[in-house]
Design a protein around this ligand. Sequence first.
Ligand code: SF4
Length: 71
Amino acid sequence: MRPACKDVDDPERFFPSSEAEAVSIATVYCRPCPLRPGCREWALRQGDYLWGVWGGTTQAERKRLRRGGVP
Ligand code: SF4
């Protein structure tokens, strides 16, 4: 299986400056990625300071998920 982000021209795209852009990246690249479940679990284990889009989640969404909220 190949991660969808492997073919992105600029990996910095996964570290956007706005939440809206992060949601867009998560939707376009992570949603169809075959590695998303494991990537998401890994990201959730990293804590609140992991920046960027991982496993189809933004930093803000992961914070909400860890607190038991809706992403
Ligand atoms: S789910 Fe993970 S491996 Fe897949 S595109 Fe997103 S960040 Fe990359």
